[in-house]
Design a binder for this molecule. Sequence first.
Ligand SMILES: *Cc1c(COP(=O)(O)O)cnc(C)c1O
Length: 378
Amino acid sequence: MAYQIPLFNLNFDECEAKAAYDTIRSGWISTGSKCAELEELFAKMLGAKYAVSVTNCTDALHLCCMLCGFGPGDEVICPSLTFAASANCIRYVGATPVFADIVGPEHINIDPADIEKKITSKTKGVVVVHMAGYPAKMDEIMEIAKKHNLKVVEDACHGPLSEYKGKKLGTIGDCSAFSFFSNKNISTGEGGMFVTNSEELAAKAKLLRSHGMTTMSYQRASGHATEYDIVELGYNFRLDDIRASIAIEQLKKLPGDLEKRISVRKRYLENLSNVKGLIIPFEDCKEFTSNYIMPVILTEGNKERRNAIREKIHEAGIQTSVHYPAIHKFSIYKDYGVVLPQTEYVTEHEITLPMYAALTMEQVDFICDTVKKIIKEI
Ligand SMILES: *Cc1c(COP(=O)(O)O)cnc(C)c1O
């Protein structure tokens, strides 16, 4: 069924098509000058020192875990209310994810108090996720990290240009990961970025992204190098210039896109703020944020009621989603036997409403009227 109002839509026009076409016509389509240009723009946009383009955010997170030195026998604390990649990356390097709870329905990011409770002599780091583009409690988290000598990885997939006390998300911890998957704020189909202020980590990320090779094909093709050595056990995590050229167009649109999302969010709040039976996470947040998604949380009933409400909203032509099915409940994690009361409440009561720049105020009003009517009925 095609929804009258989808959850998300691409902010694409002729610019992306032309950029991809021009790159294809240029004769160089794999990692080259477009990736380099994108990396420079991205780092500048965040006020970070280094950005290294990669195939997707999952690979960027994998790089973060390798570069933070996580390995077998180590524990790394992360949330469960996130996409599976935020925890899986810890296992790629042989370390063990230790799930911490979120603060609660008003603040659905990792709880610093629960991080502190879960620290053991084996804890080496924390993977922080900024849900919906709203900042996690970074002051407290960085303080805990300093006290216990932990590395901090930011999964900033939801938050390009989002801020926390004057800093851009993804520039506060040791390193961070961004996604250019098609439903993210910046879309290239697949794509991602590793970001850090450390020269050493950036240099290592570049090596590991391309087989641990000392030179790239682009440098050899352009006559700047003739030989290479393999100095690390690397991977192929390279982005290509076709996607990089699309990302460059998306970056140009990002500030305008986010301004429109702010108006959409404002309209949602005007409609839903004082509605009985609904909590809007981060309602009081005053930071500039990316508004990647629009989550709301039901205060009554159970998972079945939530699902029935979603079903009715879908029947009205509005697509919704759930962010997220909790990771610790998935088959490959349930043997960990973790109990996370706040995460479990939110995963069973959350509904993600449509959020994108092109939503009209009339559409937002229609969505809100529909939701208000349905939660009264069910
Ligand atoms: C989308 C997403 C990822 C994975 O990004 P890919 O680019 O698809 O690998 C990881 N973490 C979070 C929080 C995400 O939303």
